[in-house]
Design a protein around this ligand. Structure first.
Ligand SMILES: [Mn+2]
Length: 365
């Protein structure tokens, strides 16, 4: 028996941080949803499990809901969907739409009750609107000899912090499950049991949602030979967009130019989002390299942002300042340089100095 585990499609996510590029990121969530279904076909899985947060919220535009229903409905195999904290069961929720009944392969699992799937029994733990501090898997007691698969949406217990809907760290063992398909955490995470076998996992979101998520943009293919046999779990890439975060400490000349070259050589800039944070010391000769780097970050990619507020110019200043006409033009640049090099540095002066340099280059070209 083999199935595909996915979750957290978050369709309808606003991605406001991305501004006008947000629409591209929103469309990508549907494109990669189609890739999940293609993957299921290619792997010839018996069924698909969607472990919550298919939608960002219950008010998602019904045209988009219908688009998701079409994608799932075209899977040529059963699809089992449960709710998450973003799309909980409640009056008026997306799950009450009659459209779901148009695709007989889509099964909405909105009750805590076992459901027979091809080759396995499913134990869904749907999320409803009321808050709960109970383990959502608490009701599960496998009753027969068939492969037992739990589906839940929540946070695996961590001693570090308190969660709503905490899932016991050993939930798969405690509940007697062959596999617990988890949703909610956007990065892929596997949890070995006391025997070292992984029987519970987050698949992560199918398409990354923010900078810094590790191992997201995947779906899991899970194969279980029989009740009690260790699952074979394989991650497959489904994401379309690349979210790259660069954190660099600048300590010597040339580092910025090297980073600019690195970014300039990245393939598929139209699918790439870049977050570039530089700190350290900017030496005079590197001002041009920085201008070039920031231009690459801002203009080359689907989305690019940079933070150089902790990159402090050294007192020597860039050469272009010395070449400015004597008088207020040069004095203004030197004043900005002094403020930018002060301790603490004035980030507005740093940005103004950079803008000044850019304008000056334009005028002199
Ligand atoms: Mn969630």
């Amino acid at each position: 028996m083999k199935f595909l585990h996915t979750a957290d499609w978050q369709v309808g996510m606003r991605a406001t941080m991305l501004g006008e590029k947000g629409e591209r990121a929103r469309m990508a969530r549907l494109e990669s949803a189609r890739r999940v279904i293609e993957l299921a076909r290619g792997e010839a899985v018996d069924f698909i499990v969607v472990a919550g947060d298919t939608f960002e919220h219950n008010g998602v535009d019904r045209i988009k809901v219908r688009e998701v229903a079409k994608i799932l409905g075209g899977a040529d195999r059963p699809v089992y969907v449960t709710s998450g904290n973003h799309d909980p069961i409640m009056p008026g929720s997306v799950w009450e739409e009659p459209m779901w009944r148009e695709w007989p392969n889509i099964h909405l699992l909105m009750n805590e009750a076992p459901v027979e799937a091809p080759g396995a029994t499913l134990y869904p733990c749907p999320v409803s609107a009321r808050d709960s501090s109970d383990d959502p898997t608490g009701w599960i007691h496998p009753i027969n000899g068939s492969i037992a698969i739990g589906i839940a949406h929540g946070s695996v217990e961590s001693p570090a912090y308190q969660q709503a809907a905490p899932v016991a760290r050993q939930a798969a063992e405690i509940r007697g499950l062959d596999y617990l398909a988890l949703g909610h955490f956007h990065s892929k995470a596997l949890y070995p049991g006391s025997d070292g076998v992984v029987r519970m996992a987050y698949c992560g979101t199918h398409e990354q949602t923010a900078f810094g998520e590790q191992a997201s943009g995947n779906a899991l293919i899970v194969e279980i030979a029989r009740r009690g046999a260790p699952p074979r779990i394989q991650a497959a890439r489904t994401g379309i967009l690349e979210w790259l975060a660069y954190r660099r400490k600048i300590e010597e000349p040339g580092q910025i130019a090297a980073l600019a070259t690195e970014l300039d050589e990245l393939s598929d800039p139209e699918r790439t989002l870049v977050d570039c944070v530089l700190e350290g010391t900017l030496v005079g000769g590197d001002h041009d390299a920085l201008a070039q780097l920031l231009e690459v970050v801002e203009k080359r990619f689907l989305f690019g942002r940079s933070d150089t507020s902790r990159l402090v110019p050294d007192q020597s200043g860039p050469e272009w300042i010395d070449r400015l006409p004597e008088g207020y033009l040069r004095n203004a640049a030197q004043d900005l340089l002094a403020a930018a090099s002060a301790n603490p540095p004035d980030p507005a002066a740093t940005a103004a100095l950079r803008e000044y340099s850019r304008l000056w280059r334009e005028v002199n070209q």
